[in-house]
Design a protein around this ligand. Structure first.
Ligand SMILES: *[C@@H]1O[C@H](CO)[C@@H](O)[C@H](O)[C@H]1NC(C)=O
Ligand SMILES: *[C@@H]1O[C@H](CO)[C@@H](O)[C@H](O)[C@H]1NC(C)=O
Ligand SMILES: *[C@@H]1O[C@H](CO)[C@@H](O)[C@H](O)[C@H]1NC(C)=O
Ligand SMILES: *[C@@H]1O[C@H](CO)[C@@H](O)[C@H](O)[C@H]1NC(C)=O
Ligand SMILES: *[C@@H]1O[C@H](CO)[C@@H](O)[C@H](O)[C@H]1NC(C)=O
Ligand SMILES: *[C@@H]1O[C@H](CO)[C@@H](O)[C@H](O)[C@H]1NC(C)=O
Length: 582
């Protein structure tokens, strides 16, 4: 009996220490306006107006698309946004339009193959999203057709072995620094160009991942994992920056690391993580965490208030890079609704961008459906006439991403992202939260032990009946009639912030790579972010110290069987350790 309660005293501070040490995303203190105060209905109206404006920019009077070589990629991204709008709002507003638009796009560039491989792939991604939104098989056909265009310019082991690379008349290294170059996607279809880049490889990664998600065909998951490997082996430097590309005739990396490189791999990995088997999921997820961290903490790409500032120089036909970061983060938010500091971090970051775009980039009066750059500060004078298809699509990325966002209920602490303690050397670096946790835990232990000893002394001099009466008055009524096991279960649940029932992760796919992906679906308006387990409600009003003292008293009142293992709550996160994340 004594041993069990002593164990409870010792494990509690230990538990605080370990959880504080797990990695937690802490929102940037410079962030302002992280909450979105616009109603969901208004967000939908704002996004629809902006979409209609963008469409008006590219169609002629007879509804024909005004294609040029330089707007082929942006138009593919706009198609994605039209489908995404309907997915998010469960409507078919743009279905007929898209059924009409895709054949026009295929006619302009047969097979959707543009000289920029990623611009063709933007049509594959869009068509897959349209297939997901409307379940019309025509969209899947276009998606696969456009995907094959990208696949033709993606390096495969067999090609590298024979040295004959499809569409290229230049020597391509089969390895750089001893690692195979398979999985890289060329930037363009020019025979003499050996440049494989993040835009091409990242776009193919996304196209394959979303097709894998939509069709459950394992071929796509396999290609996606190859693209991911190329990214990690060849386009990532030792600091963890995503490089722009590599000239594979001599394994020469190009200088520069742009937000789009990070955003593309973020979006691809978010989808790939959600369709992957358990054995790869953890690796992909920790990659994702690192990329989010590196992107959002990059001070060159953000204003002091955390607003994306990488789009200051708008040049015609150059892709604005902010949209890729927003899309990547939205893909994480939409596909994984496990409550975590990462989710809160993403939500707040997107909130900052949304509010910035509305106040700084949006036109005024009758131009309120028009968006320009930059997002960081208002234009003087307002220049809605400077809006282009690209600035409009750039803003649409966040107007759409904001639709499913739900603010967290106030006062709910977020669990850290890695429930298990980090491995290796990380473990020795304690931050202040761990120290505060340990000190508080230690003090609590001393206090409780003192109370316990005093109480033991008192107990001997009083009748059993009196103690029970005292117990019943001091216990919160929810606990009064619970058995010891139930009490532990409740406490466990409280500390776990949601408990096993609150775990919103989907069941793992059965086979590696291939996959029963049925458990996964996109979570749009039914987002369960704010869903709280009602059984938690009484407990959340009780402080941990109260619980510990109640626990103590309960332990004294009931015989604890000597052989029973102590309750297992060591790996869960106490609410006190990471309140700072919200
Ligand atoms: C983000 O990066 C910083 C600096 O490298 C690191 O200290 C922190 O633990 C990282 N955060 C997460 C959640 O990975
Ligand atoms: C490949 O390039 C060489 C010169 O670099 C040229 O002589 C040859 O005709 C090219 N072959 C093709 C099929 O384009
Ligand atoms: C899976 O996709 C690949 C590539 O598009 C295709 O060749 C193959 O036939 C598909 N397999 C099935 C079972 O649909
Ligand atoms: C979802 O997020 C949680 C915590 O943020 C993480 O542990 C889990 O691996 C993620 N799952 C997927 C499939 O992304
Ligand atoms: C945008 O402007 C139009 C025309 O001036 C107006 O009817 C509409 O209410 C405005 N929308 C918003 C959301 O302010
Ligand atoms: C908007 O266009 C005007 C006239 O074409 C130009 O002078 C001004 O610099 C532009 N503003 C921005 C922010 O590009």
């Amino acid at each position: 009996m004594l041993a069990a309660s002593a164990l409870a005293y010792i494990t509690f501070p230990l538990m605080v220490l370990m959880a504080a040490n797990a990695q937690t995303f802490v929102p940037n203190p410079g962030w302002r306006n992280t909450n979105i105060d616009v109603s969901t209905k208004d967000r939908i109206d704002i996004a629809r107006d902006a979409l209609n404006k963008a469409i008006a920019m590219i169609v002629d009077d007879s509804n024909g698309l005004k294609f040029e070589d330089g707007n082929y990629g942006p138009i593919g991204r706009l198609f994605s946004q039209m489908a995404q709008f309907d997915m998010l709002t469960k409507q078919t507003v743009y279905k007929e339009r898209l059924l009409d638009f895709f054949p026009q796009a295929e006619k302009f560039r047969p097979g959707f193959v543009h000289s920029s491989i990623n611009w063709g792939l933007s049509h594959s991604i869009a068509a897959t999203q349209a297939f997901t939104a409307y379940s019309d098989p025509s969209f899947l056909e276009w998606a696969e057709q456009a995907w094959r265009g990208g696949e033709a310019y993606t390096l495969k082991e067999e090609e590298l072995k024979t040295g004959r690379i499809n569409g290229k008349n230049v020597t391509i290294r089969s390895e750089c620094e001893g690692v195979s170059t398979a999985g890289g996607t060329f930037w363009n279809n020019k025979p003499e160009d050996p440049f494989v880049n993040a835009l091409g490889t990242g776009s193919f990664l996304i196209a394959s991942s979303v097709l894998s998600e939509a069709t459950k065909n394992s071929t796509y998951a396999l290609f996606a994992s190859k693209s991911r490997d190329f990214y990690y082996n060849h386009l990532r430097n030792t600091r963890g920056d995503m490089l722009d590309g590599k000239h594979l005739n001599e394994c020469q990396p190009s200088a520069g690391a742009y937000p789009a490189n990070f955003g593309l791999v973020m979006e691809g990995l978010a989808v790939l993580t959600s369709v992957s088997g358990q054995e790869n999921r953890n690796t992909y997820f920790s990659d994702l965490v690192e990329i989010v961290n590196r992107t959002v903490s990059n001070t060159e790409w953000h204003s002091q208030q955390g607003i994306l500032s990488a789009d200051l120089t708008a040049r015609p036909f150059v892709e604005l890079v902010g949209q890729y970061v927003v899309r990547g983060l939205a893909a994480i938010y939409d596909r994984n609704n496990t409550r975590s500091s990462l989710r809160t971090f993403v939500r707040q970051y997107l909130g900052v961008q949304y509010n910035a775009v509305r106040s700084n980039a949006r036109g005024q009066g009758s131009s309120n459906d028009t968006y320009t750059v930059p997002w960081t500060s208002p234009q003087q004078p307002p220049s809605s006439q400077n809006a282009t298809l690209e600035t409009q699509i750039n803003a649409l990325s966040i107007l759409l991403a904001a639709i499913p966002i739900q603010n967290d209920p106030p006062g709910e602490p977020e669990p850290s992202i890695t429930p298990e303690p980090p491995k290796g050397t990380n473990r020795t670096t304690l931050d202040w939260r761990a120290i505060v946790g340990a000190v508080i835990g230690g003090l609590a232990t001393v206090c409780l032990l003192t109370v316990f000893v005093l109480w033991l002394v008192r107990r001997r001099s009083r009748s059993r009946h009196f103690v029970n009466a005292l117990d019943a008055t001091l216990l919160p009524t929810e606990f009064a009639n619970q058995s010891q096991t139930e009490l532990f279960a409740s406490i466990n649940k409280h500390l776990h912030l949601g408990g096993p029932d609150g775990e919103k992760d989907r069941p793992p796919p059965s086979e590696s790579g291939s996959g029963d992906l049925s458990g996964w679906s996109l979570t749009y308006l039914e987002d369960t972010d704010t869903g709280t387990d009602s059984s938690q409600a009484p407990l959340s009003m009780v402080s941990t110290a109260e619980i510990m003292s109640v626990l103590n008293r309960r332990l004294q009142g009931v015989e604890w069987p000597e052989d029973d293992p102590p309750p297992d709550y060591v790996s869960h996160n106490p609410p006190s350790s990471n309140r700072s994340t919200e």
